[in-house]
Design a protein around this ligand. Structure first.
Ligand code: MG
Length: 261
């Protein structure tokens, strides 16, 4: 079929660490040659659009800011749109704090005064943060938003470290409350953001990613054609256990041009 839009996950799909994965540059070039819309979509909540543009440029891939979004941008846009004027207590990284502050979100230090609590990955997360979450969420009218569901994130040496999902879960357990919303893939908010960035209907899009529960789940939910690459979180054996089934199973992103031809 002919695709008019391509969604690319980044970590484990386009690059791993500071290394571009095989065929990534050629795939982006093919997307350009065919004049197909591109949206790069990461569940990392800590980086701005500009940082992704710079990072990819450093690996030889040119994209513009309108072609990238992340759990950080989706969370920020959600707060700006749905919690206008609300006071936000953040349990999260300095990178997400900067994005929220730059967008004009009111960030406060007193958890008991919060209208909305955002929980997200933070390397410095600890007992005091759980206590703050408990205080803030004691008021049932305080909204509870998670930045992304990723329980783990890939680290060097092929091992994983705890991600936002682990921290959201810790705060949720302390407060005995599930988050009201979790942004990032596969949330409806991320699907809408991807659709806005691409400007084409989901049925005309191919999504390429390395995780079943976020990438492939989002593509399936949105009605896109999905392709799982085996260069990241999942291997062939995982496919039989997963709740979702990708339309294509690819060794790496270098097989994507064949799907676009
Ligand atoms: Mg990934």
């Amino acid at each position: 079929m002919t695709y008019r839009g391509v969604v690319l996950d980044l970590d484990g799909t386009v690059y791993r660490g500071n290394e571009l994965l095989p065929g990534a540059a050629e795939t982006v070039q093919t997307i350009r040659d065919y004049d197909v819309s591109l949206c790069c979509c990461s569940n990392n909540p800590t980086k701005t659009r500009t940082e992704y543009v710079d990072r990819l440029a450093g690996m030889g891939i040119e994209i513009d800011e309108g072609e990238v979004l992340s759990a950080g941008t989706v969370t920020t846009d959600y707060l700006v749109d749905e919690h206008t004027g609300d006071d936000c207590f953040l349990i999260g990284s300095p990178g997400l704090r900067d994005q929220l502050a730059d967008a004009g979100v009111s960030l406060i230090d007193d958890p008991t005064a919060a209208d909305v609590v955002v929980a997200s990955w933070d390397r410095e997360f600890g007992y005091d943060d759980m206590t703050d979450g408990l205080r803030a969420l004691a008021d049932p009218t305080t909204a509870f938003v998670g930045s992304d569901p990723d329980r783990t994130i890939p680290a060097s040496g092929g091992r994983s470290v705890p991600g936002s999902g682990a921290i959201i879960g810790a705060v949720a357990a302390a407060a005995a409350r599930d988050p009201d919303r979790v942004m990032g893939k596969p949330s409806p908010e991320a699907i809408d953001a991807v659709g806005d960035a691409l400007g084409v209907s989901p049925g005309e899009c191919l999504l390429v990613g390395d995780r079943f529960d976020t990438d492939i789940a989002m593509g399936e939910r949105a009605g896109m054609t999905t392709a799982l690459v085996l260069t990241g979180a999942a291997d062939r054996d995982d496919a039989s256990d997963a709740d979702v089934t990708p339309d294509h199973l690819l060794d790496d992103i270098g097989d994507v041009p064949d799907l676009l031809a």
